[in-house]
Structure formats: C-alpha cells, structure tokens
Design a protein around this ligand. Structure first.
Ligand SMILES: [Fe+2]
Length: 238
C-alpha cells in the first residue's frame, strides 16, 4: 500500500527542514456505538444475568482479586447459556464482519467461540494479556462510568519487546506521542464495543475507583479459514 507522505511537518532548530513521520504497520481498533435503546436493553439483561447466574457459571480467579466472571471457562459461553442475549450476539457478529470487511479482508461468517461477563469492583486491575485461539477479540462496555471506571488500554508493542535486544533512549518528559507511550488509551464510553486483532495486548493498571464496572468480553474466529492462495482451509461449527 502506498502512503502519502504529508502527515507531519516539524521545524528542526531554526531552519525549516520538512520532516515527514509516516506510520507503517498501523493497528486497527474498531469502535462501534450501539443505539441507546438497544444498549439499555442489553444492559438490563446482562445485569439480571449478573445477579441470577448459578454458581457453576461463576468464576473468581486469584489473579483478578476484585473481578468476578460469568461463563469464563473453556466449556462455557454466555450466549449459549442465556437466550436473552441472542440479539446482542447477532449485533456483535454483524460488527465483527463489518470490521473485517472494512480493514480489507473477506469473511463470510464468524463464530463467537468464547463470551463472558466481567464485573469489576473498586481497586480492580487487569494484567496485560492477549487472547490465543481467537482471530478477533472485543469488549462491550455495559456499565461504564468514565469518572470511576478505568479505561481499557492497549500495549504499544513497538516499544515493549520482551525477547529481543534493542537500544532504547529515555522518554522525553514533555512530549507524548504514539511512538514513546507504553500504552495507548482509547476513550471508551458506555454502550460502545471495541474490536481488535486478538494478538494485541490489553489491560489496565490504574485501579478502578468504583464498583460495578461491567463488560462483556468475547473471542471470535472465521467459520471457514482459507489461506491466501486458497489451497488449504479448515472449518469450525457453531
Ligand atoms: Fe482480554
């Protein structure tokens, strides 16, 4: 893909040298906003599930002391357990297919292979992680108050390299850019759905200031995976 090089121009000392900073390897994060009536309906259903889910569908992991999960086990999926969320599932599938198409790929159908609820209390954090066995992952912000609930962040993997030697220079104290920030924060609002390619690390380290941060996380993959020269494939069933 050819990129037009007129993105940024800076002055160098006292002389005007054009400087072009070109972004390569960009990472697409999809942000959808549900219509408010739909969102409020889904929120009501999710909050009811949160109150009434039986014990066997609930998880509490020692690594996430202040977060309770529902259907966060390999053999559970919130959409299989609760039919009240069936329209939400349809909306998410539509969003995932739209996202894949918009970034220039083709995919006829996807399966949401995992979906679960996260109810985070005050002081919760989420260690940075990524999702394996998934192609597109996402987060639906069901009960999310920007004043008291911590935003989801994405790790800037261009400056965090765990396994390779590299030369680093100190970060400027005054200048924050996409290139020197360890994490990238997007300003999520309640009712929004974020989508990303599943290998992207995400989490949050600033403790949540309030209770009831409710999100729905999910993993998805194409129903049929075909390689680029169409010689090999496999299919999964829903
Ligand atoms: Fe995650």
């Amino acid at each position: 893909m050819k990129v037009k090089n007129k993105t940024l121009c800076r002055m160098v000392e006292n002389q005007s040298y054009p400087l072009n900073i070109i972004n390569i390897n960009p990472e697409p994060i999809g942000i959808f906003t549900l219509p408010i009536e739909k969102h409020l309906n889904y929120k009501k259903s999710a909050q009811l599930i949160e109150k009434q889910a039986p014990k066997e569908l609930r998880q509490h992991f020692p690594t996430e002391k202040y977060t309770a999960h529902i259907c966060n086990n390999y053999n559970q999926n919130i959409f299989n357990q609760f039919q009240t969320l069936s329209n939400l599932k349809k909306d998410l599938i539509f969003m995932i297919l739209t996202y894949i198409k918009t970034i220039g790929h083709t995919c006829k159908d996807v399966v949401i292979n995992d979906a679960w609820l996260n109810n985070s209390s005050k002081n919760s954090t989420l260690a940075y992680h990524y999702h394996s066995n998934s192609y597109i992952s996402g987060n639906y912000f069901i009960n999310f108050n920007q004043e008291i609930h911590t935003q989801l962040n994405f790790l800037n993997d261009r400056i965090i390299k765990y396994n390779s030697p590299n030369i680093t220079t100190p970060k400027s104290p005054d200048i924050n850019t996409l290139y020197n920030s360890k994490t990238i924060t997007l300003n999520a609002k309640e009712g929004q759905v974020f989508l990303w390619r599943s290998h992207n690390s995400h989490g949050y380290s600033i403790p949540n200031k309030g209770d009831k941060r409710l999100t729905l996380s999910f993993n998805s993959m194409p129903k049929t995976c075909i390689n680029s020269d169409k010689r090999y494939s496999f299919s999964v069933v829903d």
